[in-house]
Design a protein around this ligand. Sequence first.
Ligand code: GLU
Length: 474
Amino acid sequence: MPDKVVTRFAPSPTGFLHIGGARTALFNWLYAKHTSGIMLLRIEDTDRERSTDAATAAILDGLSWLGLTWDGEPVSQFERAPRHREVAEELVRMGKAYYSYETPAELEAMREAARAKGLPPRYNGQWRDRAPSEAPAGVKGAIRIKAPTEGETVVHDRVQGEVRFPNKDLDDFIILRSDGNPTYMHAVVVDDHDMGVTHIIRGDDHLTNAARQTVIYHAMGWDVPSMSHIPLIHGADGAKLSKRHGALGVEAYRAMGYLPEALLNYLARLGWSHGDDEIMSIKDMISWFDIGDVNKGAARFDFAKLEALNGVHMRRMSDAELFEIFIATLPYLEGGPAMAARLDDRNKAQLLAALPGLKERAKTLVELVDGAAFLFATRPLPIDDKAALLLNDDARKILRGAHEALSAVSGDWTAAAAESAIRDYAQAGGHKLGAVAQPLRAALTGKSTSPGVFDVLAVLGREESLARISDQID
Ligand code: GLU
């Protein structure tokens, strides 16, 4: 490989970092990491009306949460407008671009006339070969590129293959508006060139732009970067991704309790595969990813798969690591802020101790909040409907006996000690173990499901356990 790979992620700050944008960033990042290259970040804030600082902040926050790091400072496209102007003017001097002077009304009339003849509404090139001396006095013109009129412009795309655009379909499009501002098409080319971008990886909605951008590269005599236009993400039903399908900002995925690694694993697998591997760590993705292996077909977003994958990543993670992510994410999770406000050393230790049991039953961090709620509950515990059914009169009788048996535990209060006390009591009373364990669980957690009941007893400790049971029998 001759040169260092330089990729870039170039979001427009007009909204959150949505899931499609996150996947584009991921592919750029993976390719850069895979090739020991770098990924740059360019904020395409040229459209002043639609760009906001809040959106830029949300995009940076989303990328950071996902761990998709960029090299150097983010570049503001808007701030580079003087350079875009300079290149446009240079193209005029080189005879590769020219000033045109139509008013909006004249342009509209031109399009109308073309349509009336059944032709595509394109600029007719009427200023292309006119002498600058013919320019109307006092009117600032717009700069248009002289697009080739014959032959084809070919985009050599590593995902789409060779895509050919007949030049007769490309008109002399504007690169600098009459107010001196660059068009998006032009700004992207100048920025990618100046930033030394070697590989452009972006959504395939930019494929026709690639042809127009190629015209600018050729006019300047610049090398065209390697292009990869990746298919967009569709909903599970094949339709364009909408909010209902999961076209949400990545912060919504954080709030739903997905792990960054699981979300990245899921996004990487949307349109790319490595053999039959479904579960991948970030390290795996970096070592396996190649842009040439991305499929051409649209990928489908499926919440159920993401959720299942998230559960696998949670269980695969060490307790210490999961604990750390859980605590850091707590303020963003549904039901999390209240728990975060009550975190202290004691319940943190309980949480860590309960995590092996809790993570077996949770597919998201939100489910973990739910599962861990019993640790943070204050007496008397709220009992949910299903748990209430387990606490009928017979069950309360059994609980009374269980309370006695547990009170008699001498020595260390451990899961094993609690288990042997309960087993002995069940056997002596002729109860099935479940007939004791179920009401016990309901009394201790307020729920009908929880980690193993003996673990729950151990984690809660002697005093709290006995008090919670008493609350349900008196
Ligand atoms: N700013 C464009 C977008 O957000 C990306 C342009 C590009 O990657 O060339 O869709």
